[in-house]
Write a protein that binds this ligand. Structure first.
Ligand code: ADP
Length: 373
């Protein structure tokens, strides 16, 4: 039986392990927090720092293959493991490009992939030299996640809000829609595309709020989106699963925002609403089985359950009875012991052939969870 490890033990690792239970595979997780969401679902939990060379190298040495649930891992250790024959999904050089937003933007340029215009700034004084580039979005090269590390700079009075570190200063896009498309690529280079999803964000927390699948797109826009998602992922020349986040601007242009080389929040609905979920798909790829069917069985909406404002500490779930009584809703709790405002604690997927029903039930779920948690 193949031995496969996951770097990181959060909710993505947890859902990967739920899918692994269907396959002949022995699973390993490396993570510092012994109470993390994935700790109790793997065969072997190893406590260790995923950013530390020795920890990652020793963990990986005993394995046939490794994947990640977060980009911020020790890439040098993965490179050494790869050179010694351990398969890494995605390849470490892809992680190196994606982990740094400066390198990621340069990758899009190099491969003629449409993305918002940008300049690179090394520090605040370089940012000041670019004040005629505003309004723009300043994005820190490394270390940002979930909206932290992204700063909107409307005019030169806001320049001090920018980052004093290597960053991308990106033209503000007049966004009509934010979408994401998951792409699966196997060892042979065969690809499978999930239908794009359409997202809405919580304007205060800057976190994904809910997400509709399939995205409502003109057919010609859909073709563009698919061609771009394929160009982004194929040029990595690496097997794995990828989420390509894109903006559609007011003129119908499709621009790549960023790519994640792993299972992703924008694929959660695939667990119930698609034939092969994003998690199932990654196991198929890593175990050398045929790619799964990415088609939707039924349209869906996914709602993130996030930690409520004003409460940090041991988690309590309120309103679950009410949500669980909605017959077309599927609840996923990530098993995190501690909640804090904005933390992703779980998600709910609602399925229906009727768009109105999807919208109605997802708003209901959100209002129950927001007013009660
Ligand atoms: P993160 O990596 O933290 O998710 P993103 O780069 O995806 O950060 O940016 C977070 C959000 O900020 C996006 O989802 C989008 O709503 C907004 N945003 C990012 N870049 C731009 C842009 N160039 N123009 C307008 N809005 C943007």
């Amino acid at each position: 039986m193949l031995k496969i490890g996951i770097l990181g033990g959060g909710q993505l690792g947890r859902m990967l392990l739920q899918a692994a239970a269907n396959y002949p595979v022995e699973t390993f997780v490396l993570e510092n927090d012994e109470e993390c969401p994935a700790a109790h679902l793997c065969h072997h939990f190893i406590k260790g720092d995923i950013q530390n060379f020795e920890a990652v190298y020793q963990f990986g040495k005993q394995l046939n293959a490794l994947t990640i649930e977060i980009e911020n891992v020790n890439i040098e250790a993965l490179e050494k493991l790869q050179s010694e024959g351990v398969k890494i999904y995605p390849h470490p050089d892809v992680l190196r490009t994606i982990k740094n937003k400066v390198l990621q933007k340069q990758y899009y340029l190099q491969h003629q992939i449409p993305t918002a215009d940008f300049v690179i700034t090394q520090n605040i004084s370089e940012l000041q030299l670019n004040e005629n580039f505003l309004p723009a979005v300043h994005k820190i090269g490394e270390g940002g996640y979930d909206g932290k590390g992204v700063q909107i700079l409307k005019n030169k009075n806001e320049i001090e809000k920018g980052f004093n570190a290597p960053s991308v200063l990106e033209k503000m896009v007049d966004i009509r829609k934010e979408i994401a498309q998951m792409v699966a690529i196997n060892e042979k280079g065969e690809t499978a595309l999930y239908p794009p999803v359409e997202m809405l964000f919580d304007p205060i927390l800057n976190l994904l709020d809910f997400q509709l699948c399939p995205a409502d797109l003109y057919i010609k826009t859909l073709w563009k989106v698919e061609a771009i998602a394929l160009a982004v992922t194929r040029n990595f020349k690496s097997p794995g699963i990828f989420a390509v986040e894109m903006f559609i601007d007011k003129n119908g242009n499709v621009l790549v925002n960023e790519t994640a080389p792993r299972v992703h929040n924008s694929g959660h609905h695939t667990i119930e609403a698609h034939y092969s979920s994003q998690f199932d798909m990654l196991w198929r790829i890593m175990l050398g089985y045929p790619l799964g069917n990415t088609e939707a069985i039924i349209p869906s909406i996914m709602v993130n359950i996030i930690g409520s404002e004003g409460h940090a500490g041991p988690v309590q779930y309120a309103g679950l009875d009410q949500v669980l009584s909605i017959e077309n809703a599927f609840v996923h709790l990530y098993g995190k012991k501690i909640t804090k405002p904005g933390r992703k604690m779980g998600h709910v997927t609602i399925i229906s052939n009727e768009r109105q029903e999807l919208l109605h039930q997802s708003n209901k779920v959100k209002s129950i969870l927001i007013s009660r948690t």
